[in-house]
Ligand binder design. Structure first.
Ligand code: UDP
Ligand code: MG
Length: 305
């Protein structure tokens, strides 16, 4: 792929009209202080306030700004995905559009990247969100480390820098932008984290309620299952099938030896035997699905540095 620019800064905005002027100013100042060409990709995630007009006004002042507008609100993850699809920088920088992340930290993350990392993730060590937000986030980070092995304290921090080659193959949906570092890590990327500043939100309101917590945990659960099953589904289904047929056979022998026994009901023997075949069938169907999908998964296969 021909890269035209050095950096792409991707920022999703959903009803952030007050934040846009200071945000664009701070990001531009930060990026102008860094050697290399850049673009700012602002994604208007179907805002119903003046976000889009503020962005268009910004375009007069900041020629490096590109705007993507969604027809309706799709969510932060699809907004980031759209930004990634349109990015032409060799390094992609993502951040929130509400000034909770500090654009001044970008150069620190890029410096760290030069040490040979593919992803450098911000860590909001002194997080300025309320406790009800922070506790589920701590649990989710712990579980993500358990599921994927990535040792990052703060996966939910949007401020991160990536080698674009890694991001270009990742397909994000649901709330999965929080898992990008983990996906990259699973693909063999060298991942680092760096403490960054975090500010309380001063303008506008948070776009999330408690439903996010539920979605993130469901995504984690799905991720765990997909990681287990996607490589060789038959390994798992075959094992379950074997257990089922073993139970069926054990009950059958018990029944034959103790003919008069009422403990083992013949229906159960048939059930477990049948179940074993059903599980084998599922295993086969999944193997075929994985085979025909070309073993595509969330995090893709290799990438060249
Ligand atoms: N955001 C978005 N679409 C949404 C929700 C949020 O583009 O459906 C953007 C939002 O405008 C902000 C960033 O994602 O730039 C983070 O959102 P927010 O600050 O509400 O999340 P919090 O900091 O409360 O976790
Ligand atoms: Mg915020």
């Amino acid at each position: 792929m021909l890269e035209m620019l050095d950096y792409s800064v991707i920022i999703p905005f959903y009803n952030e009209e007050e934040n846009i002027p200071p945000m664009l100013e701070k990001v531009s100042v930060a990026m102008n202080g860094i050697d290399g060409s850049y673009e700012i990709i602002a994604v208007d995630d179907g805002s119903s306030d003046a976000t889009f007009s503020r962005l268009k006004e910004g375009k007069q002042k900041y020629p490096n700004l590109k705007i993507i507008k969604f027809r309706r609100n799709f969510g932060q993850t699809p907004a980031m995905q759209a930004g990634i699809d349109h990015a032409s920088g060799g390094i992609i920088i993502t951040m929130d559009g509400d000034l909770q992340n500090d654009p001044e930290d970008i150069h620190k993350l890029l410096e760290k990247m030069k040490e040979g990392y593919d992803v450098v993730s911000g860590w909001r060590k002194k997080r300025k969100d309320n406790i009800l937000r922070c506790i589920p986030s701590k649990v989710a980070n712990f579980l993500l480390t358990y599921v994927t092995g990535v040792k990052i304290h703060d996966n939910g921090c949007s401020l991160k820098v990536y080698n674009a080659k890694i991001l270009k193959q990742v397909r994000l949906y649901s709330e999965m932008h929080r898992f990008i570092t983990a996906f990259a890590f699973l693909r063999g990327a060298k991942v680092a984290e760096l403490v960054v500043k975090h500010h309380p939100r001063t303008l506008g309101v948070s776009k999330y309620g408690f439903s996010r917590i539920w979605k993130v945990f469901i995504d984690l659960f799905t991720l765990k299952l997909v990681l287990n099953f996607s490589e060789r589904p038959m390994v798992w289904f075959g094992a379950m099938s074997f257990v089922s047929i073993f139970i069926s056979m054990a009950m059958l022998f018990y029944r034959l030896i103790f003919w008069s026994s009422q403990i083992v009901w013949p229906g159960l023997i048939l059930f477990f035997a049948f179940n074993a075949f059903v599980l084998l069938g599922y295993g086969l169907v999944c193997e075929l699905a994985v085979h025909f999908a070309g073993r595509i998964n969330y995090y893709g296969k290799g990438f060249d540095r």
